[in-house]
Design a protein around this ligand. Structure first.
Ligand code: PHE
Length: 344
């Protein structure tokens, strides 16, 4: 038994000698020292020996297995350190290197201006008309006829409005006012909605005008709505949107679908009213058209003008953004120069 123990020890030492990594060491440990390992099977044989032999052989077996355990631990530590070193070397990163540039997108200033305006009106009790009631490809019927435009109105001319070939009398809407009709066809008063959207006009492009731009339409129809309500809501909007007081003026105007009609100008921020290229020398920029919904329009959608009245407005989003951020050319919004867009 003694020589058996010594043989096992020799074999184990030889195995250890030829081990080349942590895995090998683990295998050797299992082979010799685990519960089912070689030493344990020897130790099981001890019970057949005399007491004296048990003492001697038992002590020897303990000594040898302790030695082996020590040898295994030493080898293990060496390999462990070696493998750790290699792994650390391999995984090493240079924290002084520049990071990879990940450009982050931004919300377009027109989108954020729309969001801001819509939120102001939501806080004033308006809700947003669903998109299905506000298509960009519209019919003349909604864009003009139902809005009380006479059949020979110059806005209906191809010079001013983009006609499409999709179907007869289909156009790219020239104003979001079509949504007034759709809103009133969709539900009965009281109606208090805003409608943001893109509109198209066949115009010569310059610093103030683009051939497409964005509007936010507003419509409030109920019993007893007055022009005073319209002025109150618009003044409140201007106060909230511009924050500090800005010189503004209410001018009387004309639209086929409102009576009386008005326009609101805000003093040009680029020249403080002195007159410049952006305001074409007038010192003012028009931001919206508005008025009391014409009785003919109410009749067109079956709302009784003897019972109900309402106001409507349509504001130019680009103009409002230009006046807030001192942007002197509307075209900057649309040519997607990242140096411009990154400022918002
Ligand atoms: N739709 C008009 C425009 O585009 C603005 C407007 C809207 C005027 C609502 C009155 C009422 O110029």
């Amino acid at each position: 038994m003694k020589s058996q123990l010594e043989n096992i020890y020799k074999a184990a030492t030889a195995d250890l000698e030829s081990a080349s990594n942590l895995n090998d060491i683990e295998e050797i440990r299992t082979k010799y020292l685990s519960r089912k390992g070689e030493f344990n099977s020897i130790k099981k044989g001890l019970k057949d020996l005399s007491d004296e032999e048990k003492r001697v052989v038992g002590a020897l077996a303990n000594e040898i297995s302790a030695n082996l355990e020590k040898a295994i631990k030493e080898k293990y530590d060496i390999f462990y350190r070696k493998e750790m070193d290699e792994k650390l070397k391999k995984d090493r990163i240079d924290i002084t290197l520049d990071g990879a540039y990940v450009p982050s997108g931004k919300i377009h200033p027109i989108t954020s201006t729309i969001n801001e305006i819509v939120e102001i009106f939501q806080n004033l009790g308006f809700s947003v008309l669903p998109n299905v009631l506000s298509p960009e490809v519209e019919t003349e019927y909604y864009n003009f006829d139902m809005l009380n435009f006479p059949p020979d109105h110059p806005a209906k001319d191809m010079q001013d409005t983009y006609y499409t070939k999709l179907a007869p009398n289909t156009i790219l809407r020239s104003q979001t006012s079509c949504a007034q009709i759709r809103a009133m066809e969709d539900s009965k008063p009281p109606i208090r909605v805003v409608v943001p959207g893109r509109v198209y006009r066949n115009e010569t492009v310059n610093a103030r005008k683009n051939n497409f731009f964005h509007q936010i339409e507003g419509l409030y129809v109920d019993k007893g709505i007055t022009f005073g309500d319209l002025k109150g809501v618009l003044n409140e909007f201007i106060r909230i949107y511009f924050g500090a007081a800005r010189p503004t003026r209410f001018r009387s105007s004309f639209f086929p679908f409102t009576e009386p009609s008005a326009e609101v100008d805000v003093q040009c921020i680029m020249c403080q009213g002195k007159g410049c290229r952006t305001c074409s020398g007038t010192g003012w920029l028009e931001i919206l058209g508005a008025g009391m919904v014409d009785t003919n329009v109410l009749k067109n959608v079956g709302v009784d003008p003897e019972v109900y009245s309402g106001f409507a407005f349509g504001m130019g989003v680009e103009r409002l953004a230009m006046l807030k951020y001192a942007i002197d050319d509307i075209r900057l919004f649309f040519n997607n120069d990242r140096r411009f867009l990154a400022q918002f």
